[in-house]
Design a protein around this ligand. Structure first.
Ligand SMILES: [Zn+2]
Ligand SMILES: [Zn+2]
Length: 639
């Protein structure tokens, strides 16, 4: 009695424990397997170490590698492990920050040595020793002044600077063997838990990301509880490298960047431009079929527009400096909506006009720091498949259902079947009435549920102007990419005084829905290149077929053939060089072209081609008409 406490578990069950027992011991009474897999736990919602004592009745949630936040704890512990190894090898090294990131961890280090890949191996070797020593990882809490002295004596100037900025009276730190690091925790209980790790990259990083500060060395790493998972992860990285769209973009001559044009501003080469055009044309037609009206607005607009929209207030850091024309400020368009609203507002709309759907492939320019630019997936100028729907509150649900269906259909056409869907609700700072938010959030939820779509709730993660649905797609090698977004907006209709005449003859305010299905075309094409590994399906392939001659004698026939295919809106290329057919085929395979049609003397005389499909070794003799209709059927079916 008195010494017994009750621990409630997530499944609703309860266990008893002795007051003051450690989290680790309590988990042990549930099961040894769980105890071995446990990294930390949540006690009454607060993340704690396994060594922490539990002193009263509590709710407990065990954190393993796969639970939410589990990887962060594991990877952050691995960064301490790496720092300890580095400190042993380079005693003069000073440490800045070492967080867990989306895929692994890093530590920023101030050290005279210039790290090389060989050094990483040496550090890995030392890390293994620390793991083998099975050091207990212990939390300690010191008064602030003592912590300052401790890290000051160690010469850890960056840590001293960080402690100086904390407002707490006490500071927590973690010790393992001879190594101690300033840290909030929680951490693993023992270094032996980090069974598999790999240091993957070295980079330069300024202290606090500020180029006025000293450049430090950043080592990136990854860690797993077992070797098999690490192996799988490293294979995935290799596969991702092979598919890197920046590399394939060059190999397949799709796009490039020019210093003279500017960073983050892609140049579309013929192969890339045609791919972009095919997607643009297809998507625009799909919008027209669904009753969207087509809009077109300029790339710049006066400052007045962005004052009204509010972008000059809350979005300026993403906008470029103004351009002066006739003494007035013009801005490169950071978003399409304000300009599009001018078209909607150019005539009075009635309730019969709603829902009113306006679509545009709209190009926008946004400032991104040069350090985050990345091929096509992070650029400074891009084109969105952007639409705005103006509707009444009672129409939101149906409109969202339509948009959801449209989005999923579009993604499926491009081979994205798997996706995760999120519903984000009202954030702390927001505009709009409680009633507005409730109606819109319910409409989004109902739309998801009526369309039988599984989703995750993201409480408080909506935009300040309304709730939203985000869709992440999973590519061929299991990576997730944020693409589609559907957002309800109460703000812009107010700011631009948008209205329609209701059946009562009075003016009413419509709701606005912003939505992009593929998102940025540039980014989507970057994702597509990696998803297909450059092997585009026939309907998207920039070059659909290479017409290759056996000898130069067929050059004329091949030219006629090419012109015939062009008239059929197909995309052929010819190869009539004086090279062996084996060589031509190998080159066509390297270009990942879906079909190669070989023409020799016999084919030229009979009006046939010898057709070979990408990925197959055999070829088939085919009449020209059959060949054309085969291609056209496959293009129509978008296989
Ligand atoms: Zn830490
Ligand atoms: Zn918009």
């Amino acid at each position: 009695m008195g010494n017994q406490i009750k621990i409630s578990l997530p499944d609703g069950s309860q266990i008893e424990a002795e007051k003051g027992n450690s989290v680790y011991d309590i988990i042990g009474t549930i099961g040894k397997g769980l105890q071995a897999a446990a990294l930390a736990a949540e006690i009454n919602g607060e993340k704690v170490d396994l060594a922490a004592p539990v002193n009263g009745d509590a709710r407990m949630n065990v954190i393993t590698f796969t639970s939410e936040g589990g990887k962060d704890i594991f990877w952050h512990s691995a960064s301490h492990l790496m720092a300890q190894a580095i400190k042993r090898l380079y005693p003069e090294a000073k440490f800045a920050i070492g967080p867990a990131i989306e895929s692994g961890f890093y530590y920023d280090i101030d050290v005279a040595a210039n790290f090389t890949p060989e050094d990483l191996e040496k550090i890995e070797g030392e890390m293994q020793k620390v793991v083998d020593e099975a050091l207990e990882i212990r939390r300690e809490v010191l008064p602030r002044h003592e912590a300052l002295k401790l890290f000051g004596d160690m010469g850890e100037t960056y840590k001293v600077e960080m402690i100086g900025e904390l407002s707490d009276d006490t500071v927590s730190m973690y010790r393992q063997g001879e190594f101690v690091d300033l840290c909030r925790g929680p951490h693993l209980r023992n270094t032996s838990q980090m069974k598999a790790f790999k240091l993957v990259a070295i980079a330069g990083a300024y202290w606090r990301g500020d180029e006025k500060n000293k450049m430090l060395q950043r080592i990136y790493g990854i860690a797993f509880p077992d070797k098999k998972e690490l192996k799988k992860h490293l294979e995935l990285i290799e596969e991702a490298k092979k598919r890197d769209h920046r590399r394939l973009g060059k190999e397949l001559d799709l796009f490039s960047f020019s210093n003279d044009v500017g960073a983050g501003l892609p140049l579309w080469h013929p192969n890339g431009a045609v791919l972009r055009f095919v997607i643009d044309k297809f998507e625009t037609m799909e919008h027209l079929k669904r009753g969207y009206k087509l809009y077109g607005v300029p790339h710049i607009a006066r400052s007045n527009l962005y004052e009204t929209s509010g972008h000059l207030g809350f979005y300026t850091e993403n906008m470029y400096s103004p351009i002066q024309i006739d003494g007035q400020d013009y801005y490169l368009k950071p978003m399409n909506c304000p300009s599009q609203i001018q078209i909607f507002n150019s005539s009075m709309k009635s309730y019969r006009d709603l829902p009113y759907r306006a679509f545009e492939m709209g190009t926008v320019y946004r400032y991104e720091r040069s350090g985050v630019l990345h091929g096509l997936t992070r650029v400074r100028g891009f084109t969105q498949d952007d639409a705005h729907i103006f509707c009444r509150e009672d129409q939101i649900e149906d409109e969202i259902r339509n948009v959801l269906e449209f989005t999923l259909d579009m993604l499926a056409v491009f081979g994205f079947q798997e996706k995760s869907i999120y519903l984000s609700t009202r954030p702390e700072k927001s505009v709009g009435t409680d009633a507005n938010w409730e109606v819109a959030t319910n409409a989004l939820r109902n739309a998801l549920e009526k369309n039988s779509i599984k989703y995750t709730l993201d409480p408080g993660e909506g935009v300040f102007y309304g709730p939203k649905i985000d869709i992440k797609i999973r590519d061929a090698i299991g990576r997730e990419w944020q693409c589609s977004t559907i957002q309800v907006d109460f703000n812009l209709p107010e700011r631009f005084d948008i209205s329609y005449i209701g059946s009562d003859g009075q003016k009413h305010r419509p709701i606005m829905i912003h939505r992009a299905l593929l998102g940025s075309l540039e980014r989507f094409i970057g994702i597509l290149i990696e998803h297909y590994s450059g092997k585009f399906p026939l309907w998207l392939a920039p070059v659909q077929v290479i017409l290759a001659s056996l000898s130069e004698e067929q050059a004329e026939y091949i030219e006629t053939l090419k012109n015939r295919l062009l008239l059929e809106e197909l995309r052929p290329e010819t190869d009539v060089r004086n090279e062996s057919i084996g060589y031509k085929i190998r080159e066509a395979i390297a270009k990942k072209v879906p079909f190669i049609a070989v023409v020799g003397k016999k084919e030229a005389e009979e009006g046939t081609v010898s057709l070979r499909r990408r990925g197959e070794n055999k070829s088939e003799n085919m009449k020209l008409e059959d060949f054309i209709s085969l291609l056209k059927t496959e293009i129509r079916e978008k296989k």
